[in-house]
Design a protein around this ligand. Structure first.
Ligand code: PLP
Length: 389
């Protein structure tokens, strides 16, 4: 019996052939020129200035969190993180000693709740607001940026679930100081494991490059490196092992970058199919995500929905060979790691609703309309719908 997978591989037979050819030609596989080419191509795709390839979306978030601190980008270490997000969206900020405040989600787009964010800003005056674009949907950036103007925080965008979604003249992943992207299996494109940080800020870019590799200046732009060497009086020999920032090693390899270059060629096609599938779900389930009218294209990661009888639906769909998942973390405030680490808690009614009733259905570029109709038929057979109050 056919399995209706939640996510599928985007690396196909042609890509494997390409990998073999690449290996035949290369003596060295570590991060070098191919990585730079992939980064350039990714920046062009996203319509941003700079991109830095790393070994996962989680590492991209960690690298951003450390760069914000090392480059003194923030007025304070108070960070707002979405309650509906991913463990490694939040955990780098906890690990690096930020004071993390969870913000509730919006009912219509699953991004940050404007009213809750405003309350948090009034009370805590945060230096940073991180947003997650959930399952291909956009946050309400117009409203969030209006708060930014008033409270002067920096915005970081975790776009790991929404690559390829765009507005008529702007892509998701270009709204904040930096954004993160994931190329893990089942994401919009894959480099086996992999991630990217993108930014328009030159200083941020250079510090990212340094922290990605131990904190040294070998990979940063020439002028930036010269300035560092001058201000710390470092000679040519010493420069090889001089560490300017408290670094990490979150590099990937040229082998993975080469896969990324091939994968990028498919992203437009993949996003269009994901968008068509999303619209098919909307029609079949008679459910409408209102933010769909704001985005020109929803590069949907999975179809989010809410049911009263979630366990029953999960089991029934499983018996029909259809995979489902909780609507990402549900409410981060309820996750064991958060409860162990953080004493901060606030009322998060929408995230709590998602925690109880949220679930998402498969979407990927290998699903046909016939497949989606089968999934919806079975879903409609067992699901008892429930809606936000
Ligand atoms: C919102 C979000 N952020 C970060 C990540 C982590 O990405 P990776 O699996 O590449 O580490 C994920 C993973 O699915 C995610 O959904």
């Amino acid at each position: 019996m056919k399995l209706y997978k939640l996510a599928d591989n985007t690396i196909d037979h042609k890509d494997y052939k390409n990998m073999i050819e690449f290996l035949k030609k290369r003596k060295y596989l570590n991060q070098s020129k191919v990585t730079q080419l992939f980064e350039k191509k990714f920046s062009n795709f996203l319509r941003t200035k700079f991109s830095v390839f790393v070994n996962s979306g989680s590492s991209a978030n960690l690298l951003i969190a450390q760069t914000l601190l090392e480059g003194n980008f923030l007025k304070n270490k108070i960070a707002v993180l979405p309650a509906v997000s991913w463990s490694t969206t939040v955990s780098p900020f906890l690990q690096l000693g930020y004071k993390v405040i969870l913000c509730d989600c919006d009912k219509t787009d699953l991004g940050l709740s404007y009213s809750h964010l405003e309350k948090i800003c009034k009370k805590h005056n945060p230096g940073l607001v991180t947003v997650v674009n959930v399952l291909g949907h956009s946050n309400n950036f117009k409203k969030i940026i209006s708060l930014q103007k008033k409270y002067n925080f920096k915005i970081v965008e975790d776009n790991c679930e929404s690559m390829g979604s765009y507005f008529p003249n702007k892509n998701l992943g270009t709204f904040g100081l930096a954004s993160s992207h994931s190329f893990y299996f089942g994401h919009h494109i894959s480099t086996i494991e992999g991630g990217m940080v993108s930014t328009k800020d030159k200083k941020f870019y250079n510090i990212l490059l340094a922290i990605r590799s131990h904190g040294w200046a070998r990979d940063v732009q020439k002028n930036f490196r010269k300035k560092l060497e001058k201000s710390f009086k470092v000679d040519e020999f010493k420069s090889l092992y001089t560490f300017y920032y408290s670094g990490l090693n979150v590099r990937s390899t040229d082998f993975n970058a080469n896969i990324g270059i091939q994968q990028l060629k498919k992203i437009k096609k993949i996003s269009i199919i994901r968008n068509k599938n999303f619209n098919r779900y909307q029609k079949n389930l008679n459910q409408f995500w209102t933010q769909n009218s704001r985005l020109k294209l929803v590069s949907s990661f999975g179809y989010a929905t809410f049911v009263q009888n979630r366990l029953e639906v999960f089991k029934y769909l499983k018996s029909k060979n259809i995979q489902t998942r909780p609507l990402i973390c549900g409410n981060m405030g309820q996750q064991p790691f958060w409860r162990k680490k953080s004493k901060n808690s606030s009322q998060l009614p929408n995230a709590e609703f998602i925690n109880k009733y949220g679930l998402y259905l498969p979407n990927h570029a290998n699903l046909s309309f016939e497949d989606i109709d089968y999934i919806c038929k079975n879903f409609n057979h067992c699901a008892k719908a429930i809606f936000f109050k």
